[in-house]
Design a protein around this ligand. Structure first.
Ligand code: NDP
Length: 376
């Protein structure tokens, strides 16, 4: 993992004494974009534990997860995670604030916070079981937060944390890659033109890997500009045929899912420790449709049987990749951004008043990087 070196005592100045409610976009039930509601009457999330950091949100960005969560995706697992012992006064998650990325300024710190002080410019990916960043303030633990890159505006910075934490978790924890072990590796990213893909290309190039990407023809310029070595247009050719004539891969990061693994597994080097990591997993769909225990059991059995089958027949590892909150990992990304090795890829920006339009844009698909919402 990553370690933090700086240590600074915090000075507390609580805006909550001046103000008790904030502006936010919420949903009061699961459904369509029409249910998104702007309100000025959400209680400010003040510091409730010694390790928390309260952030004034300057910009947020949207992820496919926001569209899914708006429709109720993951509700069973996330509800349990929010209140594992059922001790909260209410059994409702509503009004629920979506938005997973934040770039903003620290306004208050718990007594034991050592890395941050009020006034610090920070960025973070808000875990899906916490209230999101489409609001004036968000409160996180200091382990989830990181100092934002100095070179980026808040709007640019907000485009990175959630996809960065996801990509790092998938590449490091699931695929076993790191900065020092990637230089001779051949990596395939399916879905290279979206949020996770555009970040992963740049990170892997910064680590010295050889990167092949699948995307639509009109995204080729974008992914090549970010450093992709080989690009296969999945809309024009039989993508499997095209990739099969290439040298085999050490790692595949699958940002597309569906039947991709059926044809892509054979593109990995056999019996050489190669890994297939998919970000599109059935876990939350299963727990939503079958309940927590049956759904988890079913998904884990499915994972185990695929993992065993692939190691036996293809000599490759099959794994799931997941977003993991990790402030120190973002510190590392911050350094790469400030060194000019990773650029933000902001496709669209919306003012806070137009959050439903931002959701609409995301729901139309065909992302080319990220959609950001300017909050302050
Ligand atoms: P985006 O919506 O930002 O990007 C998806 C990209 O894939 C788009 O650019 C799209 O463009 C492209 N695409 C669609 N179909 C194909 C195809 N068949 N071949 C190649 N490219 C294709 O999504 P993200 O990058 O944010 O996330 C990717 C996936 O990973 C999503 O399914 C998301 O839910 C999942 N995810 C999972 C996480 C986890 O914790 N497990 C965390 C984060 C993301 P076009 O259609 O124009 O080709």
């Amino acid at each position: 993992g990553y370690s933090r070196v700086c240590s600074r005592r915090s000075v507390c100045s609580s805006p909550s004494r001046l103000q008790s409610c904030m502006s936010a976009w919420v949903i009061d039930q699961y459904g369509t974009n029409g249910l998104l509601r702007h309100t000025e009457e959400i209680t400010i999330p003040t510091i409730s534990s010694a390790s928390e950091v309260m952030i004034q949100v300057h910009a947020a960005s949207l992820n496919p997860l926001d569209i899914s969560m708006r429709g109720g995706y993951g509700a069973t697992v996330l509800k349990l995670r929010r209140d594992p012992l059922s001790v909260m006064n209410t059994d409702s998650e509503f009004p629920l604030i979506l938005g997973r990325d934040v770039s903003g300024v620290v306004v208050d710190c718990g007594a034991e916070v050592t890395h941050f002080a009020p006034g610090d410019e920070v960025w973070a990916a808000v875990p899906p079981w916490k209230q999101g960043s489409l609001a004036e303030f968000v409160t996180l633990t200091e382990y989830e937060v990181s100092h934002k890159p100095k070179l980026l505006s808040h709007t640019e910075a907000a485009s990175i944390p959630y996809v960065a934490n996801t990509a790092l978790s998938a590449l490091v924890n699931a695929a076993g890659l790191c900065r020092d072990s990637s230089s001779n590796k051949r990596i395939l990213i399916t879905g290279g033109s979206g949020g996770v893909g555009t970040f992963s290309i740049q990170l892997l190039k910064a680590w010295g890997a050889h990167v092949t990407v699948t995307c639509s023809q009109n995204a080729e310029g974008l992914v090549r500009g970010l450093g992709a070595d080989e690009v296969v247009d999945y809309t024009a050719v039989n993508v499997a045929d095209q990739l099969e004539i290439m040298e085999k891969f050490d790692v595949i990061i699958d940002c597309v899912g569906g039947d991709t693994e059926l044809w892509a597994m054979g593109l990995l080097k056999p019996w050489a420790g190669a890994k297939y990591v998919t970000l599109v997993t059935p876990l939350l769909h299963n727990t939503d449709s079958m309940g927590l225990l049956d759904g988890t059991f079913n998904a884990v059995c499915n994972l185990q049987s695929k993992a065993i089958q692939n190691i036996i027949s293809n000599g490759v590892f099959y794994r799931w990749g997941f977003y993991t909150p990790d402030g120190p990992a973002l510190d590392e990304v911050s350094r790469l951004v400030d060194a000019g090795k990773i650029l933000p890829v902001v496709e669209a920006q919306f003012p806070f008043a137009h959050v439903p339009q931002a959701f609409q844009k995301l729901e139309e698909g065909h992302a080319r990087g990220k959609t950001v919402v300017r909050v302050a």
